[in-house]
Design a protein around this ligand. Structure first.
Ligand code: IMP
Ligand code: MG
Length: 179
């Protein structure tokens, strides 16, 4: 059943799960024989990160960054601030940055710079959603589940004013004002 305010479902729970299995298999193969640190970005990527982590077959540790991002709605794109830093060092580790969505690319570029300054052994990027049509800065993207059209989406971690994160699917939000 759709939640109020949802225009149409883009990816169902089953489609997301199937795609995560494929991506996880690729990551497990690429990192075979090594251990991997997943770095999630609060709060959006938590839902994807936990689903992905459960399907990985390499030893995995998890840490989180918190950010305040003004990239989507304001006229000054790219303004990102760390509000919660990593709990542990990533020096010498294989790090996979796990994102909910890459839009303009400003957030990811900022986070990659922040993480690479901590001297990880390797640094790669994995995103649930990729909206290439709005990309402003090019960033290296190693793994992505889905490309999406230029519409605002919610669910599976993505929010509108902090709501909808818990939806099992990814959906286009109805642009009409909510009553
Ligand atoms: P970027 O810096 O433009 O790539 O912005 C990425 C961030 O903007 C994401 O981490 C989200 O928090 C937010 N964002 C961008 N598009 C959407 C969307 O369609 N739904 C929900 N959040 C979005
Ligand atoms: Mg948000």
């Amino acid at each position: 059943m759709k939640s109020p305010g949802i225009e149409r479902v883009l990816f169902t729970e089953e489609e997301i799960h199937r795609r995560i299995l494929q991506i996880a298999a690729g990551i497990s193969e690429d990192y075979a024989g090594r251990q991997l640190k997943l770095v999630g970005v609060l709060k959006g990527s938590v839902f994807f990160l936990t689903a992905l982590a459960r399907e990985l077959t390499v030893p995995v540790t998890v840490d989180f960054l918190g950010i305040s991002s003004f990239a989507y709605s304001q006229t000054t794109p790219g303004l990102v601030r760390i509000s919660k830093d990593l709990d542990e060092s990533i020096e010498g580790e294989h790090v996979l940055l796990v994102e909910d969505i890459i839009d303009t690319g400003f957030t990811t570029r900022y986070l990659l710079k922040h993480l690479s300054e901590r001297a990880p052994k390797s640094l790669a990027v994995c995103t649930l959603l990729d909206r290439t049509t709005r990309r402003i800065v090019q960033i290296p993207l190693d793994y992505r589940c889905f490309e999406i059209p230029d519409r605002f989406v919610v669910g599976f971690g993505l929010d509108y004013q902090q709501f909808y994160r818990n939806l099992k699917y990814v959906a286009v939000l109805n642009p009409e004002p909510q009553s």
